[in-house]
Design a binder for this molecule. Structure first.
Ligand code: FAD
Length: 543
């Protein structure tokens, strides 16, 4: 067997092995490593390329859960959003949200006010961000594009917006900074058993998807955090296990901001009793989501014409002046929600978003369900369990969970004033060095304190790279510090440009692929293969 890990001893024994590099797995890796457990994480695709780059990109308390009387989820995710925000101001920002109240809508003025009051209370919302109930005219002042004939008023409150894939990678980078090992494109193919008689899991066999090399990893505790694939991993553990997961698909579409120039984010009623978001971002507006049962290909969930019709109809009813057309859609994404099976729930949107830990006699620990927002608490629960097992079996103790006060990679600590000051000071420095103010600000807001490394790396830029200096800096940084292996890793998950700046991707993809080919030493055949693969990826975004 070849040693896939040139940088590690093949017989090294890890304390914790995490399967899955979405937000759940990366959160667990950070929690375990920060408590002093020797941790490794393996991901079969790129980090965050499962559900964790395909969400609505909100860190939120989940107002909708109040409708389902899920008070515990609201309280936990509500208080968690403040922690996620504090630990990474460059990846999470406060997002004013308007909820129009309409005739025949799912929420009346009274129930919205009550729900938001409970939300403020359960989520411990800070005074400046608590709900405000609005008259019709005040609602229209906030968002003039709203349909007027059925409007009864509105509610104004705060959610938090993030970039899900960047949040995931910043969490993972922090774990790596603390000593964790993380490998993308490394697929778990089978489990290794300690003892043939007593079935105890001792490690995993992995295949490096890009090279075909195989290796094994030995660890004391193994966590299955494979999101929509948790049942596949559990089948390796116990072929007869009952399925835990049910999957639903959610689609988002992106249009140019000029086509739907919202003054702010809106959370609105759809005819079928569901609710949907329209969120302005980076010169675009994105809308979503759908929620339909899904049994198709989990690796490549696709947007269908039916999804598009549903979303456009919903938006055009609420913002009638915009009349979005099919050809206005620039990009979008489809994601698969890994939800815990619940007997008796008929509609996709009725199924709880709660998380659950499953423990097997073999020692395997599986975590399923949950939300982006609750990733830290989910990780804490899993690692508490591992810490207890260490204590019970080896009398070994680890430090308690410290992630509530552990900034992610790139975080500027000291709250919003410190972050704003940092952006100002560093921008001024870069402008003196000849940078455009806009370019510097964008990088500083996106990468936080790591932007200074990007500025340093960008010094080696030459016009012959056929890309602007800021993009070159981002690329070199992504290759050196963010484990990028393929063009899509960079454009879709590290920069988010495939979703929000598709024109830029089309303009610079060849230059970026040329640079990557040189960096990795790809031969012409391999370069063309990755180029074709990425072009197919772009072509398959819309049906
Ligand atoms: P994933 O991100 O899917 O990660 C699992 C990983 O395991 C995958 O990357 C996969 O490749 C890997 N894997 C699988 N098998 C193997 C193997 N054999 N070997 C190695 N690796 C393997 N939550 C919020 O808080 N806010 C929102 O606004 C929000 N909106 C959402 C909107 C939609 C449409 C959807 C679908 C979800 C939304 N969520 C939201 C929920 C949130 O996105 C998910 O709960 C979260 O991303 C799940 O992360 P995960 O790590 O569990 O799964």
């Amino acid at each position: 067997m070849q040693n896939l890990f040139n940088d590690k001893d093949p017989d090294e024994i890890f304390d914790v092995l995490v399967i899955g590099g979405g937000i759940t797995g990366c959160g667990i890796a950070l929690d375990a490593q920060s408590r002093g457990m020797k941790t490794i994480l393996v991901e079969m695709q790129d980090f965050a390329s499962g559900t964790s780059s395909r969400s609505t990109k909100l860190i939120h308390g989940g107002l909708r859960y109040l409708k389902q009387l899920e008070f515990k989820i609201v309280a936990e995710t509500g208080s968690e959003r403040a922690i996620v925000y504090q630990n990474g101001l460059h990846v999470t920002s406060a997002q004013p949200m308007l909820l129009p109240i309409i005739q025949g809508g799912s929420l009346s003025k009274f129930s919205t006010n009550l729900a938001l009051w409970v939300y403020d209370f359960l989520a411990g919302v800070k005074p400046a961000e608590r709900r405000k109930m609005l008259s019709v005219s005040k609602t229209l002042e906030k968002e003039p594009l709203l349909r007027k004939d059925n409007l009864l008023g509105g509610a104004f409150y705060y959610e938090y917006r993030t970039d899900d894939a960047r949040l995931t990678i910043e969490i993972l980078k922090k774990a790596i900074e603390l000593g964790a090992v993380a490998k993308n494109y490394t697929k778990v193919t089978s489990l290794i058993w300690k003892d043939r008689k007593v079935k105890r899991v001792a490690g995993v066999n992995v295949t490096h998807v890009l090279t075909g090399e195989t290796s094994r990893i030995i660890a004391k505790y193994i966590v299955n955090a494979a999101g929509p694939w948790v049942d596949t991993i559990d089948t390796l553990n116990d072929a007869a296990h009952p399925a835990k997961i049910i999957t639903t698909k959610g689609v988002h579409l992106v249009v140019d901001f000029k086509k739907l120039p919202l003054q702010q984010s809106v959370y609105f009623d759809v005819n079928d009793g569901r609710m949907m978001f329209a969120i302005p971002r980076e010169g675009k507006t994105y809308i979503g989501t759908t929620d339909t049962f899904y049994e198709g290909d989990i690796l490549h969930p696709a947007i269908t014409e039916e999804d598009i019709t549903y979303l456009l109809n919903a938006v055009n009813q609420v913002f009638p002046e915009s009349q979005l057309q099919r050809h206005d859609i620039e990009s979008g994404w489809a994601g698969v929600r890994p939800l815990i099976q619940q007997a008796g729930k008929k509609g996709a949107s009725e199924i709880s978003r709660k998380d659950e830990i499953f423990q097997y006699d073999t020692g395997l620990i599986t975590i399923a369900g949950g939300k982006l927002t609750g990733y830290r608490k989910m990780a804490e629960r899993v690692v508490n369990l591992i810490a207890k097992r260490f204590k019970d079996t080896e009398k070994k103790t680890f430090e308690p969970c410290k992630t509530a006060h552990l900034p992610v990679s790139g975080a500027v600590t000291g709250g919003l004033p410190a972050f704003e000051k940092f952006v100002q000071t560093e921008t001024a420095k870069m402008v003196k060095n000849g940078w455009q103010e806009n370019d510097a600000v964008l990088l500083l807001r996106k990468y936080g304190s790591n932007a200074t490394t990007i500025f340093e790396l960008a010094k080696t830029w030459k016009p012959e790279t056929n890309m602007p200096q800021w993009l070159f800096g981002e690329l070199v940084y992504a290759l050196q510090f963010e484990l990028v292996k393929k063009p899509g890793d960079f454009f879709t998950r590290r920069t988010g440009d495939t979703y929000f700046h598709i024109d830029k991707v089309k303009q610079y993809k060849n230059a970026v692929i040329d640079y990557m080919a040189e960096h990795f030493g790809w031969n012409e055949g391999l370069k063309n293969q990755y180029k074709t693969e990425f072009e197919e990826e772009l072509n398959s975004i819309l049906p």
